[in-house]
Design a protein around this ligand. Structure first.
Ligand SMILES: Cc1ncc(C[n+]2csc(CCOP(=O)(O)OP(=O)(O)O)c2C)c(N)n1
Length: 317
């Protein structure tokens, strides 16, 4: 979690230089769900994400250097510099990808779990979704199908209360907690606070064991909060859709502070400081390598993209 926080804060600090030319949705404040859940997975399990993807990619073991290079649009990036922050992928660690179309990766995770089942593998798939994703019909179809087939898939909804600048109360029925949608589709379900990485991890261990044993999917709602603006490196209280008091109240329940307090007696403050220094050094190197790397050649534009019939001007068939 500390590594994730360090990465996100460094991206926020360097973003105004205008060298990372991709829209960037930071997950500062939301670190506990990716870390708690992914720590319960094997490298060959699958994970998928959405526009706020850095935490999910890194927690699943995605390569840091290749992520930073991707944000700088370099050939060495994990999508060869063509995707940017919202299109991270690292197949070597089962991170099948991030796609910014809200809810679009939810059925893909169900398909990945179905495929694993058909091949007789005991892999599990996890998909991270935002609270706005449950406003898309495909999520409900996915929950119903996963439940019916008892597929090894975990749905992890990070409820940070907002869809861009619109609060939950303007978008969803009041009095219905999102995790109850899991009950509606006969999935095991729970709601946990995003402050507590240990509780999230314990839930994930159980849900993964259940999924691997063929006992079906689970749905977790994590109550969490993004400290920074929807897209970009700054705070946004001046926009008026949320208050300073609200942001401060969530910051007071910070997941990193919670974990640090819990670990301080066990490992001592010097060890924690040492971790932070090591993360900062790795980040210095990742940014240096990214900036020194070449941009893709123009011809690379047409490589690795789907091309059916008549997709290029003047080449209709
Ligand atoms: C199908 C679709 N509709 C609208 C958008 C525009 N959009 C991008 S992010 C976003 C908000 C998503 O909110 P949520 O899923 O709760 O995730 P959060 O940004 O809060 O982490 C929207 C509406 C989109 N990308 N895809």
């Amino acid at each position: 979690m500390m590594r994730l926080r360090a990465v996100e804060e460094r991206i926020a600090a360097r973003y105004p230089e205008q060298e990372m030319r991709c829209p960037t949705h930071l997950c500062v404040g939301q670190e506990a769900a990716p870390v708690g859940v992914c720590a319960a997975l094997r490298p060959d399990d699958y994970a998928l994400s959405h526009h706020r993807s850095h935490g999910h990619y890194l927690a699943k073991g995605g390569d840091l250097d290749r992520m930073i290079a991707e944000m700088y649009g370099r050939e060495t990036g994990c999508s060869r510099g063509k995707g940017g922050s919202m299109h991270l992928v690292d197949l070597s660690v089962g991170f099948l990808g991030a796609v910014p179309i809200v809810a679009s990766t939810v059925p893909i995770a169900v398909g990945a779990a179905f495929g694993a089942r058909m091949r007789g593998e005991d892999r599990v798939a996890v998909v991270f979704l935002g609270d706005a994703a449950v406003e898309e019909g495909v999520v409900h179809e996915s929950l119903a199908f996963a439940s019916l087939e008892r597929l090894p898939v975990l749905f992890v909804c990070e409820n940070n209360l907002y869809s861009v600048q619109t609060g939950l109360e303007a978008r969803q029925p009041s009095g219905r907690a999102i995790h109850e949608l899991g009950a509606a589709h006969a999935l095991s379900h729970a709601q946990l606070h995003g402050e507590d990485v240990f509780a999230i991890h314990a839930w994930a261990e159980e849900a993964v064991a259940q999924a691997r044993a063929g006992e079906g999917p689970s749905f977790l709602e994590v109550l969490t909060y993004r400290y920074l603006e929807h897209v970009g490196p700054y705070e946004d209280v001046e926009l008026g859709y949320r208050t300073r008091e609200e942001v401060d109240a969530w910051r007071a329940r910070d997941p990193i502070a919670h974990a640090t307090r819990a670990l301080a007696d066990e490992v001592g403050p010097e060890t924690i400081d040492g971790w932070m220094r090591a993360h900062a050094e790795a980040l210095d190197a990742a940014f240096e390598r990214a900036i020194a790397a070449p941009y893709p050649e123009p011809e690379a534009l047409f490589e690795g993209v789907f091309r059916g019939t008549s997709t290029r001007l003047g080449e209709g068939t």
